[in-house]
Design a binder for this molecule. Structure first.
Ligand code: NDP
Length: 245
């Protein structure tokens, strides 16, 4: 049976929000390219892999990212939705944090989004159709202690998204943004600063210990995509009701 639905590309599909996005769009029958450095984790997801390509790609490597996207497009047609979801949050106090951690966040969270965007955007502009949804954060418009470089990266995602949205609006291409609050994903597992992690956990306890279920972030992403092409839901911010900041 030929698949009539267009290609969706998801970066950071191996866990958290990206994995939930993959489940939702898979259930809806979309062909997908799922990307992450840990491709084995993607292959372990409970998905129907008939219409899925998986590749181990680091979003900071634009050439590898382009190769994977072009291979998927050769099979499924041009990308209609790119979800720039891959990201890292390495909490730390700027007075102590290793600058390498700042670089990792800026390279992944900002350069990764720009890399993916540049690969798919020209064809979207040409055919006057396509959507890019960038995963930012509440930390993309609001500061949090111990988040200096992360906040810088996510303010960057907000800024570049709105800039590109304006640039391609008249070409009927949608650039949209989802800005979640704290969510139950693997994001915190990479933090190396024990004090910053302790502060974050204490803050989480003020919300009853449980934050946003990733499935609602995926539903938000799909809601944005499901709107007609001539409607751009420019940004959705969502957080656990009990998150007070
Ligand atoms: P997870 O850690 O669960 O998922 C992050 C995903 O990004 C993984 O699939 C990881 O895959 C991928 N990734 C990280 N670095 C790279 C890289 N260099 N190249 C390719 N893939 C990479 O966290 P979340 O699901 O929470 O994070 C998803 C997005 O949501 C991020 O942009 C994050 O900043 C944002 N966000 C998260 C919030 C939260 O509280 N959870 C709140 C607000 C925003 P792999 O390691 O296999 O490469």
């Amino acid at each position: 049976m030929t698949n009539t639905k267009p290609l969706i590309v998801i970066t950071g599909a191996s866990s958290g929000f990206g994995a939930e996005d993959a489940k939702l769009f898979n259930a809806a029958g979309y062909p997908m390219l799922l990307l992450g450095r840990r491709d084995e984790k993607i292959r372990d997801l409970p998905l129907n892999f008939d219409n899925i390509m998986v590749a181990a790609v680091d979003v900071t490597d634009q050439e590898a990212l382009a190769d994977a996207i072009h291979a998927a497009e050769a099979k499924y047609g041009e990308t209609d939705l790119l979800i720039n979801n891959a990201g890292v949050m390495l909490l730390g106090n700027v007075q102590r944090q290793d600058p390498k951690e700042w670089q990792t966040m800026l390279d992944t969270n900002v350069m990764g989004v720009l890399n993916g965007t540049q690969i798919v955007l020209p064809a979207m502009v040409k055919r006057h159709h396509g959507t890019i949804i960038n995963m930012s954060s509440i930390a993309g418009f609001k500061a949090f202690a111990n988040h200096a470089a992360y906040v810088a990266s996510k303010f960057g995602v907000h800024g570049l998204s709105e800039t590109i949205r304006q640039e391609v609006a008249n070409d009927n291409v949608r650039i949209s943004l989802v800005a979640p609050g704290a969510g139950e994903t693997e994001l915190l597992t990479h933090v190396t600063d024990a004090a910053a992690l302790k502060d974050y956990q204490a803050w989480k306890e003020t919300m009853g210990g449980l934050t946003l279920d990733p499935k609602y972030v995926a539903q938000t992403v799909k809601f944005i995509y499901d709107m007609p092409q001539d409607v751009n839901v420019r940004e959705i911010d969502l957080a656990a009701t009990r998150q007070d900041s």
